[in-house]
Design a protein. Sequence first.
Length: 355
Amino acid sequence: MFVDEVDIHVAAGGGGRGCLAFRREKFVPRGGPSGGDGGHGGSVYIVASPHTNTLINYRFHPEFTAERGDHGQGSNRTGHGGADLELAVPVGTLVYEKTGDPVQPMTQLADLAEVGQRVLVARGGRGGLGNAHFATSTNRAPRKVQPGEPGEEKDLRLELKLLADVGLVGFPNAGKSTLIARISAARPKIADYPFTTLTPNLGVVRLSDDRSFVVADVPGLIEGAHRGHGLGHRFLRHLERTKVLVHLVDVTSETGRDPVEDLEVVRRELELFQPALAAKPQLVAANKMDAVDDDARVTALERRASELRLPFFRISGVSGAGVPDLLQTMWDRLAVPRGPAAEIDVDALHSARPS
């Protein structure tokens, strides 16, 4: 089961209390105070781990408590400190703290985008001081100690955003799963009905000269997704880290829809979800060219892509036709530095493509 959002409660360990004790040994009159300090409580950390790819472990076990510190003992012995608790999450997880404030309901604590990154989310309580700390020249037998401080408790939300270089978007049944299965080792569910993909899929594309990049396939969008139609915008956050978006458009007449309108609908839904997402570099791929029964549909889509200054490709995820050119352009676009000058020459791209 793919789980990308959970709410958890974490509690750090409390500190142990200080000890009230006096040194009592033969031939040592008035030995004085000898109460040790309490141990510090364990803290709670969240760590980005490469060995997990979902938050399902926290769906059914949402409460976590670190070990508390032991109490201090006589002979100036400090209590044992509580062990820290580390919670492993997938790389790409965002950690939010719930504030209980309706104006600012959550505060982001960390974005764990690299393996091994960790964030302290709940600090353990400090151990209390024993009576040995309170001895003075005028009070040589203090009976004062400190209790241990409680550890922090927090309500957190964990949200996973997949780490991918390229994102595939389009209507349901546009062939996104078929394409990612062809270009990578990913094996998503493929069927001839809409909304086959219910969770995002990741695939690693390997090119020559040891080049590789990660492609993400998210469930299909339909018009009104921002209002919750279909699967809504729920999974679009997994595209926020991508550098390039590829619009996969089914150009066969079997859909009963206009390919140009499909492209416009998806672009509009991206804009409604997050303008920064719609502003990413984009490519347009006319898919299922092996089953096209009306070339005018493909021509109209290519004309619209040219008007939008978006590179256009004719491909077939089933046969693999046109896919190498698309992959090469994905790589070229990923290698282009950010900035206004980083623009693909669409006309040159079209003239360079073999007929």
